[in-house]
Design a binder for this molecule. Structure first.
Ligand code: FEO
Length: 180
């Protein structure tokens, strides 16, 4: 097959499929821990987040395919299974999003170095998305920090979080051309 994408860029794109699938995985793990702790609403919030991460993974997957390169899937590492509290969960989610932002910034740098304008342009959607991802997780952590150990406050946050619904992201390469 022709090399339309440099090996260096392709390696990063494939790694990002894995990072986004891991994001889906860790948020599903957080949802499981939240429901186990009795926070059904925050578990719903995390399940919605996990669905978004699946779409993020598929955007990279579809982009690789559209560039006529090969998707290669690696093992998804095991996420933690339990956290101390809803606050530590959302703090960990916020930290994870900062890590993903770092990954996107790193890929932007490599795309520029490789003169890969198509990859550079596709990544701009993620540059914007990461601002929202960091803000959303930080907002949840901040609210939980404000209410502290107040049970009533935590239950209010839980109820509010439960109203989050999944909206299909409007993104380039999703769905893939000619696919669902
Ligand atoms: Fe795919 Fe939450 O960044």
């Amino acid at each position: 097959m022709m090399d339309m994408v440099s090996e260096r860029v392709l390696k990063e794109l494939n790694q990002q499929v894995n990072e986004e699938l891991y994001s889906e995985y860790i948020y599903l793990s957080m949802a499981a821990d939240l429901v186990d702790k009795g926070f059904k609403g925050m578990a719903t919030w995390m399940r919605v987040q996990a669905r978004e991460e699946h779409v993020h993974a598929m955007i990279f997957y579809n982009f690789i395919t559209e560039r006529r390169a090969k998707v290669e899937l690696d093992a998804i590492k095991m996420p933690p299974t339990t956290w101390d509290s809803p606050l530590t969960i959302f703090e960990a989610a916020h930290e994870h999003e900062k890590f993903i932002t770092g990954r996107i910034d790193h890929m932007v740098k490599i795309a520029l170095e490789e003169n890969d304008n198509a990859t550079y342009q596709m990544l701009q959607w993620f540059v914007e998305e990461q601002v929202e991802e960091e803000a959303n997780t930080d907002e949840m952590a901040t609210n939980l920090r404000i209410v502290g150990v107040d049970g009533q406050g935590i239950l209010m946050i839980d109820r509010e979080a439960g109203s989050r619904t999944f909206i299909v992201p409007q993104a380039p390469y999703y769905p893939a051309p000619g696919q669902q």
